[in-house]
Design a protein around this ligand. Sequence first.
Ligand code: NAG
Ligand code: NAG
Ligand code: NAG
Ligand code: NAG
Length: 148
Amino acid sequence: MRLFFLLPLPALLHVVHAQQNVTIDDTDFAMITYSGIWEASSTHRSPLDYNGSHTLSSDSAASATFTFTGVAVYYLSPRWPYAVSTRLSLDGEPSTLVNLTDPNAATTSPGQPESALYSVAWSRTDLANQTHTVVATIGNYIIVDGFM
Ligand SMILES: *[C@@H]1O[C@H](CO)[C@@H](O)[C@H](O)[C@H]1NC(C)=O
Ligand SMILES: *[C@@H]1O[C@H](CO)[C@@H](O)[C@H](O)[C@H]1NC(C)=O
Ligand SMILES: *[C@@H]1O[C@H](CO)[C@@H](O)[C@H](O)[C@H]1NC(C)=O
Ligand SMILES: *[C@@H]1O[C@H](CO)[C@@H](O)[C@H](O)[C@H]1NC(C)=O
């Protein structure tokens, strides 16, 4: 009888704390704000990219801002067989240079296609469950493929 009444509590806690990953594509302009000069996603297509393409900038004054509410964020990107990097910053903190060079591919000249499937290249977890912003700025490029 007692057990019968205790059972619903763990079930309720499970629902309250449920976490779920949601992936946002670089073409989602409701979630990602682009400023400066960008090359459209449609001009950078590859089956190695999340949803088949990425958005790119070579403009040192450009930025992309991803705004979300949640407890973690994952930056998704393919990798290239030459030097490619992007800077990422969470909530105005100093930026981190994210190296997007494929360590497993023979080096090619810049401008050649991606060589590795998109994966998590940077992440932040254990965040307060509130609104956060990630700003992407130039390393030697700015790559935006997906955020989760
Ligand atoms: C974060 O808060 C929202 C309500 O604002 C809630 O729906 C969600 O379940 C919470 N997420 C976590 C992981 O606690
Ligand atoms: C979300 O994805 C990350 C990276 O793949 C993974 O570590 C994490 O466990 C996932 N979270 C949930 C709730 O599925
Ligand atoms: C995938 O990209 C296309 C544009 O190429 C866009 O219309 C579509 O909404 C994207 N899908 C997702 C799941 O974001
Ligand atoms: C980026 O990673 C590649 C492959 O691991 C490495 O060769 C290169 O030195 C790294 N670049 C920087 C700036 O750390």
